[in-house]
Design a protein around this ligand. Structure first.
Ligand SMILES: [Cu+2]
Length: 121
C-alpha cells in the first residue's frame, strides 16, 4: 500500500513536470525563437513583365509611377507608383518614355520593379 502511494505520487510529479516543460517550450517558440524553421516553405516570388509609360518619379523614395497594361496574376492595368529595386534603374528614363519592366511581388501586397528598359520606336 505504501509503495503504491509513492509510485502514484512520482507519476503525478512526472506528469506535472512534463506539462510544465511543454507549456514553457510552446511559449518560447511562438514569442522569442527567431530561428524556428517554418513548417510551410515560403512561396516563390511572383513575377511578371509589364508594358507601359513612365508618368513620373520620386527621387527621394526611389519610386516610379507607371501607367501599364495587365500583368497577369500580379497587377491589373493601372497607373501606380512602384518602388525601384535599385535607384539607378531610373537613370536615363524620363516621363513619357515607353518601357518594358519586370514587376515582382516578394510578399503579398508588396510590389517592386526589379528591371526596366526604355522601348525604342
Ligand atoms: Cu496596382
Amino acid at each position: 500500500m505504501w509503495r503504491m502511494n509513492k509510485l502514484t505520487i512520482l507519476l503525478a510529479a512526472a506528469t506535472l513536470l512534463t506539462l510544465a516543460a511543454c507549456s514553457k517550450n510552446t511559449g518560447q517558440s511562438s514569442a522569442t525563437d527567431s530561428t524556428a524553421v517554418p513548417t510551410v516553405p515560403a512561396a516563390p516570388v511572383k513575377q511578371g513583365t509589364g508594358l507601359g509609360k513612365v508618368e513620373g518619379f520620386d527621387t527621394t523614395l526611389h519610386t516610379i509611377t507607371l501607367n501599364h497594361n495587365d500583368i497577369p496574376g500580379i497587377m491589373e492595368a493601372m497607373s501606380m507608383e512602384y518602388t525601384l529595386a535599385r535607384p539607378e534603374l531610373a537613370h536615363g528614363l524620363v516621363a513619357g518614355d515607353s518601357v518594358k519592366f519586370t514587376l515582382q511581388e516578394p510578399a503579398t501586397g508588396t510590389f517592386i520593379v526589379s528591371a526596366i528598359e526604355k522601348l525604342h520606336k
